[in-house]
Design a protein around this ligand. Structure first.
Ligand SMILES: Nc1nc2c(c(=O)[nH]1)N[C@H]1C(S)=C(S)[C@@H](COP(=O)(O)O)O[C@H]1N2
Ligand SMILES: [Mo]
Length: 315
């Protein structure tokens, strides 16, 4: 996927951790307690009080160090290590999300208030990137369906479109100093996919608020789809009757489609999707590979959403 490499930003341009910490001290009732598990890049981390969920895969979670240092977040650069290294200036709080389009009750919602309104659940999901690597991540968040029901979608709404924040001053990858993607990063789901109980708006991982590199302060998680559907740092959600474009589809429509369901039977034009490398694990002769599962192992829950569809054509 990468096109050109970004230049490295001097360490002196990165906000000192103490300065950043001061900006996150307000976090409310949902976020009081001991912090620090997530370490580097999550200076303002706060513990979340989350309730256990039935959605927990029975696989060993990927070590927190891998989850927070091996990231795709092109707003902060193209290399896997760029997001943790270059996101120190990003200020995830305070934060609001605008929800508009084909709804009865559009609004701009304060994230802190949403986190008090909707119980935060702790869920462990299998995650699969289109680049054929995977992780198991303990997320904290609330169902997207909770937010959607609050705004009351119109009967004519068929899709949900998402947008990431644009802040070139805080996101070095958006400064246009190297060619990568068009901003804002955008994504979309069908309304029934968006309302599926597995579809999560994550506000934390491993029991703490999200580190910047993982999409602070709020990002989408759709565990049966390739990772790029999980748009980070969301500022706008729009209900529409037209299929929304997503950033990778805009960038390269031959290789990336709207659905992006994890499908070992449909290869990427440049590589096989039959197997995956589990990050944080190594086999005797290098990284261990495991078979990729249809819908990333969530077929029982989601296959019915696609009944009768040709999933080779709708990739
Ligand atoms: N705004 C934005 N969201 C994004 C991306 C990005 O570059 N920008 N990368 C996507 C890709 S390709 C993946 S695999 C996941 C990675 O999420 P993680 O770093 O939390 O594992 O974020 C997705 N969301
Ligand atoms: Mo990805």
């Amino acid at each position: 996927m990468p096109v050109y490499r970004p230049p490295k930003i001097a360490a002196s341009e990165i906000t000192p951790r103490q300065v950043y910490l001061g900006r996150r001290e307000f976090l409310g009732a949902a976020a009081i307690g001991a912090v620090g598990l997530l370490g580097a890049g999550n200076a303002g981390a706060a513990a979340l009080s989350a309730v256990e969920s039935k959605y927990k895969v029975d696989e060993k979670p990927t070590p927190v160090k891998d989850v927070t240092t091996y990231n795709n977040f092109y707003e902060f650069g193209l290399d896997k290590g760029d997001p943790v290294a270059l996101s120190g200036d990003f200020k995830p709080l305070p934060w609001t999300i605008k929800v508009d389009g084909m709804v009865n009750k559009p609004g701009t919602f304060d994230l802190d208030a949403l986190m008090k309104e909707f119980p935060i659940e702790s869920r462990t999901y299998r995650m699969r990137c289109v680049e054929a690597w995977s992780m198991v991540i303990p997320w904290d968040g609330f169902p997207l369906a909770s937010l959607l029901s609050k705004v009351e979608p119109l009967g004519s709404a068929k899709y949900v479109a998402f947008e990431t924040v644009v802040r070139p001053e805080e996101m070095p990858g958006q400064k246009g100093i190297f060619q990568s993607l068009e901003w804002p990063y955008v994504e979309g789901l069908r309304l029934d996919e968006a309302n599926h109980p597995l579809t999560l708006l994550a506000v934390g991982l491993y029991g703490e608020t999200l580190p910047n590199q993982n999409g602070a302060p709020i990002r989408l998680v759709v565990p049966w789809k390739y990772g790029f559907k999980g748009i980070k740092s969301i500022v706008r959600i729009t209900l529409t009757d037209k299929e929304p474009k997503n950033t990778w589809q805009i960038t390269n429509p031959q290789e990336y489609g709207f659905y992006a369901n994890v499908n070992p039977a449909v290869d990427h034009p440049r590589w096989s999707q039959a197997t995956e490398r589990r990050i944080g694990e190594s086999g005797f002769f290098g990284a261990s590979r495991r078979p990729t599962l249809p819908f990333n192992g969530y077929a029982d829950e989601v296959a019915s959403l696609y009944a009768g569809m040709d999933l080779k054509a709708n990739f």
